[in-house]
Design a protein around this ligand. Structure first.
Ligand code: ZN
Length: 198
């Protein structure tokens, strides 16, 4: 019993992780375009070190747009491209890809031993001749069936993920509401595995 109390006292006096606060302003966001809103939230997330470590994370939105050539409706994945960080990026930091072309790459995928060849297909999915190269995170964001996907690297979660009993601790804390994937290098395979974790 005494041992438990000592443990609790120690835990309480440990340095707590800072809790992020909501810095979104409806007034600032009013009137922004869908891609402007994506940039706005990206800058907010990336400039708060309680949310993501320096330079870490990626943000995306699937936005309905008109094809610049045919005028036909297209769903476009806006996702931070190679380089830069979400805290200071500008709109030109996003790669833009036709979502249907990106999803269609699954039919070309020959398995994890060949996932490097998928990188060469990404430029073929470019929307509107955007010169910003799509990053290795693109499948991770594209294959999740949600309009808005942000992934960040909070120190608090990294501490859990990097600890030897991280999976057990994650299950104990969130009771199954938070998923766990073993470490996997970024790429196509990770995107598919993440999709099936839902
Ligand atoms: Zn990341």
């Amino acid at each position: 019993m005494l041992e438990d109390e000592t443990r609790v006292r120690r835990a309480v006096s440990a340095i707590p992780f800072a809790v992020p606060r909501n810095r979104w302003s409806d007034a600032e966001a009013a009137g922004m375009s869908p891609e402007g809103l994506l940039l706005y939230r990206s800058n907010l997330l990336g400039s708060d070190l309680t949310v993501t470590n320096f330079g870490g994370g990626n943000t995306s939105a699937k936005i309905a747009m008109a094809d610049p050539l045919s005028g036909a409706p297209a769903t476009v994945l806006w996702v931070k491209g190679s380089g830069g960080d979400i805290g200071s990026m500008k709109l030109d930091g996003f790669a833009t890809l036709y979502l249907d072309k990106l999803l269609g790459l699954e039919s070309r995928y020959r398995g994890v031993a060949f996932e490097d060849e998928m990188v060469a297909y990404l430029p073929h999915c470019t929307f509107n001749l955007n010169a910003r190269a799509a990053s290795i995170d693109t499948p991770l964001h594209g294959y999740l069936p949600y309009a808005h996907v942000d992934h960040v690297h909070p120190d608090a979660i990294i501490a859990l993920a990097a600890s030897s009993a991280g999976k057990d601790a994650t299950d104990a804390i969130w009771g199954g509401a938070v998923g766990w994937l073993p470490w996997k290098r970024p790429g196509f395979e990770l995107g598919l595995q993440r999709r099936s974790l839902r």
